[in-house]
Ligand binder design. Sequence first.
Ligand SMILES: NC(=O)C1=CN([C@@H]2O[C@H](COP(=O)(O)OP(=O)(O)OC[C@H]3O[C@@H](n4cnc5c(N)ncnc54)[C@H](OP(=O)(O)O)[C@@H]3O)[C@@H](O)[C@H]2O)C=CC1
Ligand SMILES: N[C@@H](CC=O)C(=O)O
Length: 384
Amino acid sequence: MPTPVKSVLPVVLLGCGGVGRYLLRHIVSCRPLHDNQGVSIRVVGVADSSSLLVAEDVHSSGLDDALLTNLCAAKSAGSPLSSLLGQGQYQLFQNPEARSKVIDAATTLGRTTGLVLVDCSATYDTVSLMKDAVDHGCCIVLANKKPLTGAYEDFQKLVSNFRRIRFESTVGAGLPVIASVTRIIASGDPVSRVVGSLSGTLGYVMSELEDGKRFSEVVKTAKSLGYTEPDPRDDLGGLDVARKALILARLLGQQISMDNISVESLYPSELGPEKVSTKDFLESGLGQLDKSMEERVKAASSRGNILRYVCEIESTGCQVGLKELPKDSALGRLRGSDNVVEIYSRCYESSPLVIQGAGAGNDTTAAGVLADIIDLQDLFQKTA
Ligand SMILES: NC(=O)C1=CN([C@@H]2O[C@H](COP(=O)(O)OP(=O)(O)OC[C@H]3O[C@@H](n4cnc5c(N)ncnc54)[C@H](OP(=O)(O)O)[C@@H]3O)[C@@H](O)[C@H]2O)C=CC1
Ligand SMILES: N[C@@H](CC=O)C(=O)O
């Protein structure tokens, strides 16, 4: 019998909020499946906004599964990573030292066994770390859209070694949107247009409003279901969809930035993050929008239509905003947090490639991130 070989993928996770914690749980629960597939994910470090928990010797060991499980429980309960002190063989570093320790791991592992740096945070602050990791030959996986939607030079740098980056979950959560667009481009088939409903939150909110529910209530429910961004105004203001549009447009070769995307916001600037805290927006700001949203939905309904937040990407421009559509159109039939994306190209001209399914939620997003990590296995050393 030949000795079975296994790819070991060392991982450092940035962000252990809703998505990051689901990812850790999926990694632990998929151990038997991954064993059978000859692959093993070794979580060597986990960081949040203030600290990093890292294995004592990142070359030979990871954080054990019992610790990862306790870490998820502690973070869910609102406790800091430091509350886990004394529970295993690891070290804890606070910022700013935590950042340099991630770089140390990227430097040593990037040149030896390899490392996957996974960004499940919701901040722009990780971009320099991700760029350093790329320089050290590490692989990167992102659920966080922000590093790909800042300066165009940063996007270029992050995708410069395209075999070593995965960012499927940034658009459509677990849906294979990026993979499909990438395959079409690779076949020399020019993509002329991408159109779709790419916000799980706004899809859910709009279909609940059609059922007569109140805007302020359904936004809060969308937050509790894990569909929204940490500040739901990122969704309601169209920014989150615009980021997805920008990622797709840049993937299609457009050298554009957020300023080039026309974005419709569902809340007025007086309720913006510069003027109102997230807490106050949720508690009192949202209710101020109930009446106008109800009227918009009713007006569309009186014409036999529904409202959907639509994203359109063409060579002539990108726009995201509310559109009145027939109830029986592909977008009009969408319910709940489902996304739908239509991709038009030479091969898919009169009959577009359509991808549809759950487009938000911590579970499905984390599953997409895990699939991205596993997809990198062939780049890692195989050991007997
Ligand atoms: N939910 C969904 O359906 C989808 C989400 N995404 C993306 O996934 C990402 C994560 O979302 P979600 O889990 O809901 O967000 P959360 O706000 O729940 O979690 C964010 C995590 O990032 C940590 N963090 C903040 N700054 C840093 C930093 N500089 N370094 C390391 N960690 C940091 C936070 O730390 P602390 O715990 O200390 O606050 C927290 O643990 C977002 O970018 C979102 O857009 C993408 C597709 C779908
Ligand atoms: N907040 C986002 C989550 C996925 O990107 C959404 O609602 O679609």
